[in-house]
Design a protein around this ligand. Sequence first.
Ligand SMILES: Cc1cc2nc3c(=O)[nH]c(=O)nc-3n(C[C@H](O)[C@H](O)[C@H](O)COP(=O)(O)O)c2cc1C
Length: 144
Amino acid sequence: MKIVYWSGSGNTEKMANLIAQGIKENGVEAQVIDVSHANSDIFNDEDIIILGCPAMGAEMLEECEFEPFIESISSKVSGKKAVLFGSYDWGDGEWMRDWMSRMEEYGCDVMFDGLIIHEALEDDCTECLELGKKIAGMLVKSFN
Ligand SMILES: Cc1cc2nc3c(=O)[nH]c(=O)nc-3n(C[C@H](O)[C@H](O)[C@H](O)COP(=O)(O)O)c2cc1C
């Protein structure tokens, strides 16, 4: 499974690594990829796409790298399951609600609620680990 993320100060990156850890703990491979190393074909062979970006701008996705990346995959993700996550600070999660709707408009089936964690997270943030386990569980189910 591939997790593509953007992170400025490391919080969303930490979430990505913990989600990957949860996925691996349930026996599924997971790769964590900085969006600067991803191209628009990265999810072509994936049924489940996992994306992380903090709230930036005014309740926006990060605009230099992550926003163009999302735009670039918009016509290629219809029919896939999407899992979204990210860190935030002073807002109420509006960016995540907008992002979930947007992925749905692209034809994705957005799984679970986008996981939002307020700023710095614990090193063993259980919500992230649990999300990883749930994601791995989805893959196992789709094989059976
Ligand atoms: C330029 C900038 C804009 C931000 N805009 C928002 C915002 O609109 N809403 C919010 O809740 N947090 C906002 N934040 C706070 C970040 O989402 C928060 O610090 C988050 O933990 C950063 O994640 P990261 O460490 O993965 O970069 C902003 C932070 C920066 C630096």
